[in-house]
Design a protein. Structure first.
Ligand SMILES: Nc1nc2c([nH]c(=O)n2[C@H]2C[C@H](O)[C@@H](COP(=O)(O)OP(=O)(O)OP(=O)(O)O)O2)c(=O)[nH]1
Length: 163
C-alpha cells in the first residue's frame, strides 16, 4: 500500500490492524468452545480460544501459541475461515480451523469452562456476537470432519476464574 496515495484517517492507528485469531479446534467431530473469565465486557460468554498475533508471527503461529498457553494443548492451524470482524478500531478478529495434535484442553488462562460441541450443539452456548457469525462455517467444518462421538456436549475443563 502506498501511504502517499492512500492516507489513513487522522484517528486511525499508525500501523495496520492488529490481528486476533480465534481457533475452531476440531477433534472427533466436535469443536471446542471456551467461556471467557475476563474482561467484564465478554466474561461469561463463549468464544473460540486464541488471541492477538505478536509482531512477526503468522496467524497460524499465533493461534498455535495461544492454544498452548491457554489450553495446554498442541494444535495445528489448518485453514482460515471466511470473514473478518473489527473487535475495536485497530483490532481485527479472524478465525481459523485447527486440529488437536496432543493433550487434553484445560482452562489455564482467560477461560473458566470448556465444552466440546457437536454439529447439533453449536447453539448451546452464549457465544460472543462475532463468534456466532462464524458458526455456519464451523458447522460445515464439522460436517466434513471425521465422524466421532458427536452425540452430546461434555465439559472438558472447569476451573475457578483465574481473574
Ligand atoms: N481470543 C478470542 N478473542 C475474541 C473472540 N471473539 C471476540 O470478540 N474476541 C475479542 C475479545 C478480546 O477483546 C479480543 C481478543 O483478546 P484476547 O484477550 O483473546 O487476546 P490476548 O490473549 O492476546 O490478550 P492480551 O494478551 O492482550 O490480554 O478479541 C474469539 O473468538 N477469540
Amino acid at each position: 500500500m502506498d501511504a502517499t496515495h492512500d492516507p489513513a484517517p487522522a484517528d486511525a492507528p499508525a500501523t495496520s490492524p492488529r490481528i486476533v485469531v480465534g481457533g475452531a479446534l476440531v477433534h472427533r467431530g466436535r469443536v471446542l468452545a471456551a467461556r471467557r473469565s475476563a474482561p467484564e465486557a465478554v466474561a461469561g460468554r463463549w468464544e473460540f480460544p486464541g488471541g492477538k498475533a505478536e509482531p512477526g508471527e503468522t496467524e497460524a503461529q499465533a493461534l498455535e501459541r495461544e492454544l498452548l498457553e491457554e489450553l495446554g494443548v498442541r494444535a495445528r492451524a489448518l485453514v482460515r475461515l471466511p470473514g473478518a470482524w473489527a473487535v475495536r478500531p485497530g483490532l481485527e478478529l479472524r478465525f481459523w480451523a485447527a486440529e488437536l495434535l496432543s493433550g487434553e484442553p484445560r482452562a489455564l488462562q482467560d477461560h473458566d469452562a470448556l465444552r466440546w460441541l457437536g454439529p447439533d450443539e453449536l447453539d448451546a452456548v452464549d457465544w460472543i456476537d462475532h463468534d456466532r457469525d462464524v458458526l455456519p462455517h464451523v458447522a460445515r467444518l464439522l460436517a466434513g470432519a471425521p465422524a466421532g462421538a458427536a452425540d452430546s456436549a461434555s465439559a472438558v475443563g472447569d476451573a475457578q476464574s483465574a481473574g
